[in-house]
Write a new protein. Structure first.
Length: 300
């Protein structure tokens, strides 16, 4: 009598190795993010590779099992993002192994990331502390009947390369560190508007293609009215199209404007940090600029 065929077979007994993310085909990275339901296009992956560094976990036959990226800003700070593991490996320690590789590459730097609910426990176990909630707001944009009027003494205009230094300085006051390299890349991908007073920008908002449509961010301003002023041209330009904005803010005039513009709450993630001080945008005096919208969840 023949023995019955076993009903199960172990297939995940393989060795993973880390390779530089720049050596991996974009379609493999795209397939990885699709596998976990993230909206990133191949073009979005390339944009992230252009401004950051990363590692990918490969198996023996070159299949991509996971990824992790970091984005240095200045000499002692990095954001971490695109930490993805194939769904079938999420309970096998792959993400923790990738994060320890990130720690090795970012030794001596303070770190910040935005954690999904599924990854929250992992980052706590690695020493990160929860700081704030990010509200992912997205939908088809609609132009509000009450679009803002330009404040007296202010000029709203398109940004170009000549505005980079002043915009980077404003962003640094809000974000906590200078991000000239990142903003240079984003400005070249984006349409940007700045609100100027006395020849200096006091608010700005960038908007670029991303995922299912366009994303607005970063947005920096000192008050809700200025933030609305620089975001509203992007809402108008993309009326009837998919638009996304990620913000730490929970209420106030700016959030009401987003709701009137059709950008409903879709999901939340948790901003977490390891070392350093988190600049909480909800602590607003009206005198200093703050970050009204992230560049992205990976970039902060």
């Amino acid at each position: 009598m023949k023995s019955p065929v076993p009903s199960s077979l172990t297939i995940d007994a393989f060795e993973a190795r880390a390779v530089d993310i720049d050596t991996v085909e974009l379609d493999q990275l795209h397939a990885l993010s699709i596998g976990v339901g993230w909206p990133h296009r191949a073009e979005d992956w390339q944009s992230l590779r252009d401004v950051g560094h990363g590692i990918v976990a490969h198996d023996e036959i070159g299949r991509v099992l996971g990824s992790a990226m970091w984005f240095p800003h200045g000499r002692d700070f990095s954001t971490v993002g695109m930490v993805i593991t194939s769904p079938r490996l999420q309970a096998l320690g792959t993400a923790q192994w990738l994060m320890k590789r990130v720690f090795s590459e970012c030794k001596g730097r303070n770190l910040r990331l935005n954690a999904t609910r599924a990854a929250h426990k992992l980052y706590l176990s690695l020493g990160f502390r929860a700081e704030s909630t990010v509200f992912q707001r997205q939908a088809e944009a609609r132009r509000s009947d009450a679009m803002p009027n330009r404040p007296d003494g202010a000029e709203l205009r398109r940004l170009d390369d000549a505005d980079l230094a002043a915009v980077a300085e404003l962003d640094a006051q809000a974000f906590g560190t200078l991000r000239v390299g990142l903003l240079t890349a984003l400005l070249h991908q984006s349409v940007g508007f700045g609100l100027y007073r006395r020849g200096r920008p006091e608010a700005f908002a960038l908007c670029r293609p991303f995922g299912r449509g366009h994303v607005v961010g970063p947005v920096v301003a000192s008050n809700d009215k200025d933030a609305i002023m620089v975001v509203s041209p992007h809402v108008t330009a993309h009326e009837g199209q998919f638009l996304r904005l990620d913000t730490h803010l929970t209420d106030g005039e700016f959030c009401s404007f987003l709701a009137r513009s059709g950008l409903a709450l879709f999901d939340t993630v948790t901003t977490m940090s390891l070392g350093g001080t988190f600049h909480n945008p909800n602590e607003c005096t009206g005198a200093m600029p703050r970050t009204y919208a992230l560049a992205s969840q990976a970039l902060g």
